[in-house]
Ligand binder design. Structure first.
Ligand code: ADP
Length: 396
């Protein structure tokens, strides 16, 4: 039966993939092609509990997809079960408010949105074109990170700058992590009856991190902006700050605006403050062995996450649920506690014992008995969402 979906997430120098079967419930094979564009690229296949790495003689996206095709050739049962391909696309601008079956107009639309995601969207287009070439006849679907936030009201998505910038150039807040938020909203509705008619806050905390308010199942505000730089302090991104700093930093270092932005995107956040690492786990270990810089970075991360949760909550009528997700949100009990410590004024409280002993990878309610809000840890699953959208669109 043709019911499995190849999910592709093409970055500028990497290509992650997975094949999901059984209505997305089962991952048959997954892997990543890394360091594309260099002569040290490789592709890894994880299948039946074993990892197999192959060096790529040509480190291109095309060669990576070619390797996936060759792997499928030697696993014909999986190859013959493929029903379609789902692509994660970072920026859909105002053109795409939901997932779509890909045709030439869609490819043109994704190219047009490249101005706001110059590293990601061209890579997605490459992935799509290569997949059409190597898997002719298989329908393909694009799933956009921005689409879920197209429900924001103008007073939330507009920047308070002269309106002609929006009219002429579409400069506005778009928001990201939308596929994760949509998954969390649906998953929460399964475990907390009626949550799709309530107010939900979500903190998606990974290397990239953002918050989202979901009002009756629809995104009402989110912390990321026209690019993923706005909002929370992240692994290497500064998040929101006074834009005048751009000019101060560029003058102080005698560097261009682009180089200054590069510092804010790649050398700031947890890495910039701790001067140790962008990785939360490494910082927690350093903090446990007494490193004060690591503790400061983590505590700043917590304070700023709480601030952005409170900020997006202004679009809700009530805060019925708060969900932690993403690598940090799912695994760091220290940061979950530290974030909730800043939210006491909103009567959001967690049970420290349950929080500290939360089993990895499981959905769990960690609220304290006297909390006004249900606080959850829910592992996100963007691949499942992409597979389900693909199945649903290719069936129509
Ligand atoms: P990405 O945005 O790249 O998808 P992830 O969602 O995978 O990121 O999250 C990566 C982050 O999760 C890293 O900072 C990592 O240290 C953190 N993380 C993963 N496991 C743990 C853990 N057990 N404790 C604390 N942090 C963790």
């Amino acid at each position: 039966m043709k019911d499995s979906i190849l999910v592709i997430n093409c970055g500028s120098s990497s290509l992650k993939f997975a094949i999901l079967a059984n209505a997305g419930q089962e991952t048959l094979v997954e892997g990543i092609a890394d360091r594309l564009g260099t002569d040290e690229s490789s592709i890894t296949f994880k299948f039946e509990g074993k990892k197999n790495e192959i060096q790529l003689d040509i480190g291109s996206h095309k060669n990576a997809v070619d390797q996936i095709k060759s792997w499928l050739n030697s696993h014909p049962t999986i190859e013959h079960s493929l029903a379609g391909i789902g692509h994660r696309v970072v920026h859909g601008g105002e053109t795409f408010s939901k997932s779509v079956l890909i045709n030439q107009d869609v490819v043109t639309g994704i190219k047009k949105c490249s101005q706001f995601a110059p590293l990601h969207n061209p890579a997605h287009v490459k992935g799509i074109e290569v997949a059409f070439e190597l898997f002719p006849g298989l329908p393909q679907v694009a799933v956009f990170d921005t689409a879920f936030h197209q429900t924001l009201a103008p007073e939330q998505y507009l920047y308070p700058i002269p309106m002609h910038f929006y009219r002429e150039h579409h400069f506005r807040k778009y928001g990201f992590h939308g596929t994760s938020y949509r998954y969390i909203s649906q998953r929460l509705a399964q475990i907390a009856n009626g949550s799709d008619q309530q107010g939900v806050l979500v903190a998606h905390l990974g290397n990239g991190a953002s918050t989202c308010a979901i009002n009756k199942g629809k995104s009402s505000d989110t912390s990321m902006g026209i690019t993923p730089l706005e909002g929370l302090m992240m692994g290497t991104r500064s998040g929101s700050l006074d834009p005048s700093l751009l000019s101060f930093i560029s003058q102080a270092e005698n560097i261009s605006f682009e180089s200054t932005l590069d510092i804010l995107n790649k050398q700031s956040g947890l890495l910039g403050v701790s001067e140790i690492s962008n990785d939360c786990r490494t910082l927690e270990e350093a903090m446990e062995s007494g490193d004060l810089r690591a503790k400061l970075a983590l505590d700043m991360f917590a304070a700023r996450t709480a601030k952005h949760l409170a900020s997006v909550a202004t679009t809700l009528e009530s805060i019925d649920h708060l969900v932690f997700t993403g690598g940090i949100g799912e695994n760091s009990s220290y940061l979950r506690q530290a974030i909730c410590n800043h939210l006491k004024a909103l009567n959001i409280r967690i049970d420290s014992d349950i929080n500290d002993n939360a089993p990895r990878g499981e959905t769990l309610n960690i609220s304290a008995k006297d909390s006004n809000t249900n606080v959850w840890v829910i592992p996100t699953n963007e691949e499942l969402m992409i597979a389900l959208d693909t199945i649903s669109l290719i069936q129509h």
